[in-house]
Design a protein. Structure first.
Length: 112
């Protein structure tokens, strides 16, 4: 389970690094306008929009994908724990892990 966390964090870091390099390269020589607040585009607020942006090679979407991978890493660890405890036939820890997984997923789905 520890390896899953290491791989997830490393993968997320590499994706963010790649997106950051592409972002700096795409915006080299331009100066940001710090006097007015500009929110992120609507497509970066939805997973489908991020997916379309990644497919198009948008650097900001690639960075957001890396952050989403980082967020998904502990959720994947809990899901892996459910499977591992089920294989060991440990009903108590399966139940506890399922409750934790349900709380995490509920928080992600209804976090508006």
């Amino acid at each position: 389970m520890g390896r899953l966390l290491q791989v997830g964090v490393l993968l997320a870091s590499l994706v963010v690094l790649l997106g950051g390099i592409l972002y700096v390269r795409a915006h080299a020589g331009s100066w940001p306008d710090d006097h007015t607040f500009k929110s992120e585009p609507e497509n970066l607020r939805q997973i489908a929009g991020v997916g379309r942006g990644v497919a198009a090679g948008d650097p900001a979407s690639i960075i957001v994908l890396g952050v989403l991978l980082l967020i998904a890493t502990p959720v994947a660890r809990v899901a892996f724990a459910v499977v591992a405890f089920a294989m060991e036939r440990d009903k108590l820890y399966v139940a506890v892990s399922l409750v934790v997984l349900a709380v995490l997923l509920f928080g992600f789905i209804y976090s508006r």
